[in-house]
Design a protein around this ligand. Structure first.
Ligand code: FES
Length: 168
């Protein structure tokens, strides 16, 4: 007779532990998946958002481009609007700037102040930026306007997520 015989009590203990673990895993798996799913989807995102701006129509004068996109915030989908100031620089390169002031987040306007032509102007506290989005020293903003990465698709401008200007 083997010395490793399992007693009735041990058998019941192992069986109940196994069944309990199996049931707990069955209950926890949907919860873990529910919690992690949006995080995984956010990584898969990062796509460029189409705008109504035709690339061929972009000039050297900054133009306000409004666009809409769907945003997923955890499990809530909403339609959001975005804005960019878009122009072509001296080399013909497209520049797409965020309108969000780097002081306290108001919205800047191109030539919004008559006494400062060729500048972006923030009306909240008199912030100024040069055409390339660089903040003018002596005014409240402490950093350049964020820059949208972009692609051209089917003749239209598509924008990525605005990020701080490189080298700023
Ligand atoms: S928020 Fe733009 S200058 Fe203060």
């Amino acid at each position: 007779m083997s010395k490793n015989r399992v007693s009735r009590r041990q058998f019941l203990s192992y069986t109940l532990t196994g069944v309990g673990g199996f049931m707990a895993a069955g209950m926890l798996m949907p919860m873990v998946r529910f919690a992690v799913d949006p995080v995984l989807q956010a990584k898969a995102g990062g796509n460029y958002i189409p705008t109504p701006q035709k690339v061929a129509d972009i000039t050297e004068v900054p133009t306000r481009v409004d666009f809409t996109f769907e945003q997923q915030d955890a499990w809530y989908n909403s339609e959001e609007t975005g804005t960019a100031w878009v122009y072509k620089d001296d080399k013909g390169e497209i520049v797409a700037l965020s309108p969000v002031c780097k002081h306290l987040g108001c919205v800047v306007n191109w030539e919004g102040d008559k006494s400062n032509p060729d500048h972006f102007y923030c009306p909240c506290h008199g912030g100024l930026y040069t055409k390339d989005g660089t903040n003018v020293p002596g005014t409240p903003p402490i950093a350049p306007l964020d820059v949208y990465p972009y692609i051209e698709k089917d003749g239209y401008l598509h924008l990525g997520k605005a990020e701080p200007k490189k080298g700023a």
